[in-house]
Design a protein around this ligand. Sequence first.
Ligand code: SF4
Length: 291
Amino acid sequence: MEKTKILWLSGISCNGNTHSFLNHPELEYFLKHFQFTYHPILESTHTLVEVTNTVTPCDILIIEGALQNEFRRADVLLNEIISKYGKASKKIITVGTCACFGGIFKESGENITGLHFKEEKELENFKNFKNKTISISGCPIHPQTLISTLFMIKKEIDIKLDNLLRPKEFFSHTVHNGCLRNEYFEYKIDNHTFGKKEGCMFYDNGCQAPFTSGSCNKILWNEVSSKTRSGSPCFGCTEPTFPKTNLFVTKKNMGIPQFLPKGVSKRAYLTLAGVAKAFKIDRLEKGLFDE
Ligand code: SF4
């Protein structure tokens, strides 16, 4: 079977998504079906100079890193390279929150953004791009999300997307879904430190999972864990609002968290919280590993 050709361009990036991708346990199998015509780090069939000077084969264009109008690769504007290969490819995938929405680099205030929020006038064929772009956000991306999406494209499966162009298959649930601490969340039992196996981190430690889209607690990282399973709060890295300041602090107004679980009104939250607080459940209050 002919291999699907991927051209992977890098904007303003720490290459974290490449590193995450390399952690996928089935990488060898993946490379039997896909080949990189260009990747800034991995073995490829073409050089960056060939990519910029000619039109090299490209079925899927992947963009990693944030975009800025003046940013160049091999002395050519990245916008121009994206315009050329965006037109030549069947699909465009932005990998990582920087490429999708600007991510950490947008905070520099230097007109840096992601493809999703790019101005129409800045890229040739921009309208056409929107119809074939898939956003895989995350800082970094979950490698399974990228590899599954690539195989879905290869098999011509119709991929349903949300309003930020993310595959619903991976982004329709919140990260809260599947967390082993849900019982603690329900009964409002807090965790006041990091790295513990008990307690919910929503009330004190800034866990953003109840309003962050992603499958971190359903498709585990390295097939074994997730942030909340290892005792670290979710910090909302898949959302356009990432990064927020004070990542590990829950901002509150009169004791009520400023950001509530997706779709839950303040009134509903207060009612449920009041009822939950009325219970005292020793099994949960007591540490799981306390003598
Ligand atoms: S720690 Fe975060 S993900 Fe886990 S139950 Fe609490 S709010 Fe949800």
